[in-house]
Design a protein around this ligand. Structure first.
Ligand code: FE2
Length: 267
């Protein structure tokens, strides 16, 4: 989040609206039509239900303002455009105020399947539907509040909890583990991989393991953690999470099960 982005942020006008080109809307249309089919097959029911509730447009990139109105009615959240990469401080501050920061650019047609940084398709299609879910929204809010209370040395530890839940979490279902994380449900390649591939580990969600497990940002994940249900996330935030982070810091990181030269974000 702290490094420099190679993408140019789109600026909202005085009414909070962003003007996208026809080509950008076309890219959205391509991405959302193929991803809707993919999530219908692989994503968890909670995400699919929330996606239906949010009712995103297929033909054009939605405006944050319009999505915020629906989110606000459901859980008092909003989504606001930001530069592609923001600091941990700004990120946690926004979550603590129930505002989800959304990168505003959309990927080029040459990058439909792979992208170095989160774009508006990942932010809107991946992240905003589950902010309609009360329990999930409360968990996201709690991450922001803990981030505000944390010291900078805690940030990367808290980021791992965020990563293995909000970005790349799996949840149990009658059909087996299913993804709810935004990084999976917005990815054409990772969505089937997260369920069908034998390559990644699918582990029971244990807080101390989650905090101590390295993740990669340049490729498909090598480990996922499975929660029983969103109540489990809610119960998590009733614990002393900052205390758990300090304990994880004392114990140290686990060894990575992948090469450590990572510089990118897979969307
Ligand atoms: Fe994300």
């Amino acid at each position: 989040m702290a490094k420099r982005s190679k993408y140019r942020a789109m600026r909202a006008d005085q009414n909070g609206l962003i003007s996208y080109s026809d080509e950008a809307h076309d890219t959205w249309q391509t991405l959302i039509s193929r991803q809707r089919k993919c999530v219908a097959q692989y994503a968890c029911e909670e995400y699919q239900h929330a996606l239906a509730q949010l009712d995103l447009p297929n033909e054009q990139i939605p405006q944050c303002k319009a999505i915020s109105e629906k989110l606000y009615d459901a859980t008092a959240w909003k989504v606001a455009p930001v530069d592609a990469l923001i600091s941990f401080e700004e990120f946690y501050h926004m979550l603590a105020n129930k505002v989800f920061p959304a990168a505003s650019f959309i990927r080029s047609r040459q990058e439909l399947d792979y992208l170095q940084e989160p774009d508006i398709f990942h932010e809107i299609f991946g992240h905003t539907p589950l902010l309609m879910n009360q329990r999930f929204a409360e968990f996201s809010h709690a991450i922001g509040k803990i981030g505000l209370a944390a010291e900078p040395a805690d940030y990367s530890w808290l980021a791992r909890l965020y990563w293995f839940t909000i970005e790349f979490g799996l949840i149990h279902s009658a059909a087996g583990p299913r993804p709810y994380g935004a990084g999976i449900v917005s990815s054409f390649t990772e969505l089937p991989y997260s369920i069908e591939s034998n390559a990644p580990k699918r582990l029971p969600f244990k807080l101390m393991d989650v905090l101590r497990t390295p993740y990669r940002i340049d490729a498909l994940q090598t480990s996922y953690f499975i929660i029983d249900d969103f109540e489990e996330l809610f119960e998590l935030i009733e614990q002393d999470l900052l205390g758990a982070i300090h304990e994880a810091r004392r114990l140290g990181m686990y060894e990575a099960n992948f090469p450590l030269a990572c510089t990118k974000h897979a969307a």
